[in-house]
Design a protein. Structure first.
Length: 277
């Protein structure tokens, strides 16, 4: 009887362990993911050229730079593994990482590749890639510290600010046409373009000055969410809804903070539609 009870207990233990393992991230690249994951990592300030050199030395490709605020520069970067993971329908936003060189606070502010890849890649998330990028950034710019901004790792694919607000999948179509025509409009707007496949591109577009000023109201310390990313594939130009992208990028933002930029979501889409008109 004791043997039967022990066997039943073992079966249940294995079953529950299996469920837990299936939902947990792989531990690869020397990075363990706890229940909560930080959205950003900060480190000692470096200038633009030094940052670009460090990224290149670490095996990254610098996609472009952008001035999202008066006292800062966004650097967009990628590598082969990031592009490969993102080269799937609706996943192109994960191809590029972001770093803010914050001249005001004299720090670098790095978007955590684990946090954002988990959100953008959804069920296609690859912890091996994300943790390798995380480790490479730590080596290049470390020592780095975690920011206070964080969210539950397992819930990032289903992230939304509140009931009635968009999820990742609820993108806005801001333009339609041939790939060549859409890319021509990005070029005309002096945007940044990264090719992922023959008919898939992730591009970065500057919002009009009035619209982009929302970062001054909620914090220029996370201004690397600009420029706005636009995914071009299958004859459409799609962007993450501002209600999603801003909230994901500012996880500590409360309802009162959002009320201060209540016109921003519609303004973002309108600004992008002008670019692709």
């Amino acid at each position: 009887m004791k043997k039967i009870v022990s066997l039943i207990a073992l079966v249940f233990a294995v079953a529950f362990t299996g469920c837990s393992t299936a939902s947990a991230p792989k531990i690869e690249g020397g990075v363990k993911v706890d229940k909560m994951v930080n959205a950003y990592r900060t480190g000692a300030y470096v200038d633009v050229e030094t940052a670009k050199s460090k990224l290149t030395a670490a095996g990254f490709e610098v996609v472009g730079t952008f001035k999202p605020a008066e006292n800062g520069t966004t650097i967009l970067y990628t590598n082969a593994a990031m592009k490969a993971d993102a080269n799937k329908a609706g996943r192109g936003f994960a191809a590029v990482g972001r770093i803010l060189l914050d001249d005001e606070r004299k720090q670098i502010h790095i978007a955590n590749p684990i946090y954002f890849a988990k959100a953008y890649l959804q069920n296609d998330y690859n912890h091996n890639t994300a943790s390798a990028v995380y480790t490479s950034l730590e080596t290049a710019f470390g020592p780095l510290k975690n920011s206070e901004d964080q969210w539950e790792f397992a819930k990032l694919p289903d992230y939304h600010f509140m009931i009635g607000m968009p999820y990742y999948k609820d993108m806005g179509t801001v333009g339609t046409g041939t790939t060549a025509d859409l890319l021509a409009k990005v070029k005309a707007a002096h945007g940044i373009i990264l090719q992922l496949d023959s008919d898939r591109y992730i591009t970065f577009v500057e919002l009009d000055k009035r619209t982009s000023s929302f970062v001054k109201k909620i914090g220029t310390d996370k201004a690397e969410l600009l420029p706005w990313a636009v995914l071009i594939e299958n004859g459409e130009a799609k962007a993450l809804k501002a209600e999603y992208h801003i909230a994901l990028s500012y996880p500590l933002l409360d309802l009162g903070g959002f009320a201060n930029i209540m016109t921003a979501p519609a303004a973002v889409i309108k600004s992008l539609e002008k670019t692709f008109k």
